[in-house]
Design a protein around this ligand. Structure first.
Ligand SMILES: [Zn+2]
Ligand SMILES: [Zn+2]
Length: 326
């Protein structure tokens, strides 16, 4: 299976979820993991072959309905999870960290994730994990209390983390990892979360972009739970860093791997700049995220979005407002 480059038909293919393992390039495999009960449908994890075992980028969702197809797919491509030496997590969302502990127990692999996404650090600095941060954020959106309550309750199912994942390494910013004959750099690229990292295999020209730069569609902005958080500004700077890597292939955690990495980084940055401009105009007559979100463009008209869709939109809008007003 080839990786789409450009054009309209290619755009449809890029937005499609992977259905079976894909050899992205020599020594790099994409392995889709189904996500039951999530609108995202699947998350893609990546295996990088080295002369001393495997590197796993991201670790799926912790549910038997994900673990079984994952282990089957890894066996199908001729690998064993016992050979994993290193687990590099792009960020702390439940669809990305699920099997990390399990794989460490199985193989002795080291588990790495950016410091700002580490649960232990979040407890100290942000008062708690994702749900605590989500609550604090929703309280800043100007939405009526009953709407906030409904949104928060709705998030409890899918967003619940066990919150006991222990990291072997939590780099504050960039990092470098050598396994056998392969070197992978971690680049701190906040925006989707505060501690998000993309991982770069310079020798193969591949960047693993997590949830920061999918093949199509916007990047969901982080929950801005602390004063001074600016996910939109962070994301624009992160996209500039990815644009300048010179990577030939991007491997996102949802949808399909793609080439033209530079063009995609520029396109996405232009999209989010246009969103910031729109919010700046709306702020002349409106104040809160609750007032502004219905005036922006989403995947569906505002009234047709469900509670979950509106929650994503509201958090994203609050991040845009902070990007304009800081
Ligand atoms: Zn995510
Ligand atoms: Zn994700």
């Amino acid at each position: 299976m080839s990786i789409p480059a450009g054009g309209r038909r290619a755009a449809d293919r890029r937005a499609a979820e992977l259905r079976e393992p894909l050899r992205v390039t020599d020594g790099v495999w994409a392995v889709p993991v189904p996500l039951h009960g999530s609108p995202l449908r699947s998350v893609t994890v990546f295996l990088v072959e080295t002369s001393d075992g495997l590197v796993l980028i991201d670790a799926g969702y912790d549910h038997p309905s994900c673990w079984e197809p994952f282990t089957r797919a890894v066996a199908e491509i001729g690998h064993e999870l016992a050979a994993v030496r290193l687990v590099l997590l792009t960020h702390n969302h439940p669809d990305h960290i699920g099997f990390a502990d399990r794989i460490r127990a199985l193989s002795g692999a080291r588990v790495v994730m950016g410091r700002d996404d580490d649960f232990a650090h979040q407890r100290d600095v942000r008062g708690g994990g994702f749900l605590v941060q989500l609550r604090a954020t929703l309280d800043r959106t100007g939405a009526p209390p009953d709407v906030i309550e409904e949104m928060y309750t709705g998030a409890l199912g899918i967003a619940r983390h066990t919150e006991d994942l222990r990291l072997d390494l939590a780099p504050e910013r960039d990092s470098e990892h050598v396994v056998g004959d392969v070197t992978i750099r971690g680049l701190h690229t906040p925006g989707h979360t505060h501690g998000h990292a993309v991982y770069v295999d310079d020798a193969r020209g591949v960047v693993f972009t997590g949830d920061t730069m999918m093949a199509e569609g916007p990047t969901q902005l982080a929950v801005p739970s602390l004063p001074g958080d600016d996910p939109a500004g962070d994301l624009l700077a992160s996209l500039d860093r990815i644009r300048d890597l010179g990577a030939g292939i991007a491997c996102p955690a949802h949808q399909t791997p793609y080439r033209d990495v530079r063009r995609r980084a520029e396109e996405l940055a232009a999209f989010h700049r246009a969103e910031l401009d729109a919010v700046a105009r709306l702020l002349r007559t409106r104040e809160s995220a609750w007032e502004i979100a219905p005036c922006l463009t989403w995947s569906k008209p505002w009234d047709e979005l469900g509670t979950g869709g509106k929650r994503f939109a509201l958090v994203h809008t609050l991040s845009l407002i902070l990007g304009v007003t800081r």
